[in-house]
Write a protein that binds this ligand. Structure first.
Ligand SMILES: C[S@@+](CC[C@H](N)C(=O)[O-])C[C@H]1O[C@@H](n2cnc3c(N)ncnc32)[C@H](O)[C@@H]1O
Ligand code: SF4
Length: 459
């Protein structure tokens, strides 16, 4: 991968990550319970018909200094029980409004640390979900795990709870890096851990998360970490750019004091990790995700069937409208986003009153839905063929021009800089310039005109 300094200076500017469109910082406050209820009811007649469920478990046994996720210190066991009860009660409220003929395609636990709570709670929640709806043939039942808390007994419990996808936060293999970010290493060596997670079924999928741009990391040491990751033969590997936002997360100031790698070093870490992964049988998915060539995401990308939501990438088969449960969870419907309150006690108290605990939301109009589809198509499949796309989303080809025309000047600039190929039929992002894919997507985003919102940089 070639990364030119001139292009970096021009394009490494704050731009949305586009895990959603509109980005979460455009959601509006005071979204009412009634609006949430109507959005759920309307979603029964919208696409995709499948149901995807997200459950947020905010608790962590130890808080990592870099963490930008919605986390909370561990609470005593009676409070965890109350939180799990609230999740099940929130599901009862929501499920009573969903069409029972719809099928579940995905269940995803995120955090915080879902495996910080007893595995029996996860079994209880999964049993409740799976007894409420039928599922598609091979639903994804996924969990984000902190490997320092995974032992043989817990893994046995995860199998009984029917999980089949595991995302493991490694971040770095170097003990000194882990120590400085306030994190423990994996309890079971990672290669062995992957074997255990696949023991009952080799088709189980394991993803490893890494972060570049942390204190003490060097280009060389991060390359060694990624070489070790490749050696585990994990199905998927993610290399996140460390998002440093100390004005949101004060603990990150600790890392700033120790000293962070320079922007140039960070770029070289990204580049060398990319080169190691792509020369070792991994395909790039989107910008910073990698999957073995045989993995369903690689196949979906080749067949232009890749999709994306807040939880990550998915294939067309497993895509559903997402209903989120627990604090800070974001429900992602065809025409609305709704985020729950981030306050654990307020969440429990509101659910106990048998009302939804939403705090923010956004109702998309028709034009915004089209822009979301365009951005999704670029972020996932790295190209936009205008006629094929118009047919895919069922709109008139001439009408699509209303959304393309405003982007043309910026696209011409990107084409002049060699980042995209552009002709009358559409655009394509060159593989060697994937780093700037967010800038390409941003060309189509009218919300960025005159906005005062802040975003992180691509690197
Ligand atoms: C909810 S956490 C993963 C689950 C589990 N809590 C753990 O720590 O292993 C999701 C992932 O977000 C990434 N992450 C968290 N904070 C980040 C930051 N400031 N910049 C970049 N990536 C971050 C980490 O790679 C982490 O594994
Ligand atoms: S990275 Fe995971 S374990 Fe660490 S604080 Fe964030 S959510 Fe908790």
């Amino acid at each position: 991968m070639i990364i030119s300094q001139t292009l970096l200076e021009k394009y490494n500017k704050p731009v949305p990550r586009y895990t959603s469109y509109p980005p979460a910082n455009f959601f509006k406050d005071n979204f009412s319970e009634k609006e949430y209820e109507m959005a759920i009811i309307n979603s029964n007649n919208q696409k995709p018909n499948n149901i995807s469920i997200y459950i947020h478990i905010p608790f962590c046994k130890k808080i990592c200094h870099y963490c930008g996720c919605n986390n909370s210190n561990m609470r005593k066991s009676s409070e965890i029980r109350t939180y799990v009860d609230a999740i099940i009660n929130e599901m009862k409220l929501c499920f009573s409004k969903l069409d029972k003929n719809r099928k579940i395609s995905q269940i995803h636990y995120g955090g915080g640390t879902p495996n910080a709570i007893e595995v029996d709670y996860l079994k209880e929640i999964n049993n409740f979900i799976l007894s409420s709806f039928n599922t598609i043939e091979n639903p994804e039942i996924a969990i984000e795990c902190n490997p320092s808390l995974l032992n043989e007994k817990y893994i046995e419990g995860l199998m009984e709870a029917k999980f089949n996808r595991f995302s493991i936060g490694i971040q770095d293999f170097r003990p000194d890096v882990l120590k400085i970010i306030n994190r423990d290493a994996s309890y079971i060596p990672v290669k062995e851990l992957i074997s255990l997670l696949k023991y009952t079924n080799p088709k189980h999928s394991v993803n490893l998360d890494f972060i570049y741009g942390l204190p003490l990391q060097s280009i060389d040491s991060f390359a060694k970490t990624i070489e070790k990751a490749v050696d585990t033969k994990a199905d998927r590997i993610v290399t996140f750019s460390y998002a440093h936002v100390p004005w949101v997360n004060k603990a990150q100031k600790i890392l700033e004091k120790i000293g962070l790698p320079s922007e140039q070093d960070k770029i070289n870490m990204f580049k060398s990790a990319h080169d190691i992964l792509t020369s070792n049988n991994y395909d790039t998915i989107g910008l910073d995700h990698y999957a073995l060539k045989t993995d369903s995401l690689s196949i979906a990308q080749k067949e232009k069937q890749l999709h994306r939501n807040f939880q990550g990438y998915c294939t067309r088969d497993t895509t559903g409208q997402v209903y989120a449960f627990g604090v800070s969870g974001i429900t992602q419907l065809e025409s609305a986003f709704i985020q729950n309150t981030k306050d654990i006690d307020e969440y429990i108290a509101t659910i106990n009153k048998k009302t939804f605990a939403c705090s923010k939301g956004y109702i998309l109009n028709n034009n915004e839905t089209i822009i979301r589809n365009i951005i999704d198509q670029i972020m996932c499949n790295r190209f936009l063929n205008y006629s094929e796309f118009a047919e895919l989303i069922n709109i008139d080809r001439n009408l699509l021009d209303n959304f393309i025309s405003p982007a043309i000047p910026q696209l011409r600039e990107l084409a002049k800089d060699g980042i995209i190929e552009m002709n009358d039929k559409g655009i394509k992002v060159y593989d060697e310039h994937l780093l700037f894919i967010r800038n390409v997507a941003a060309s189509f985003d009218p919300l960025l005109i005159n906005t005062n919102k802040t975003f992180s940089k691509p690197v």
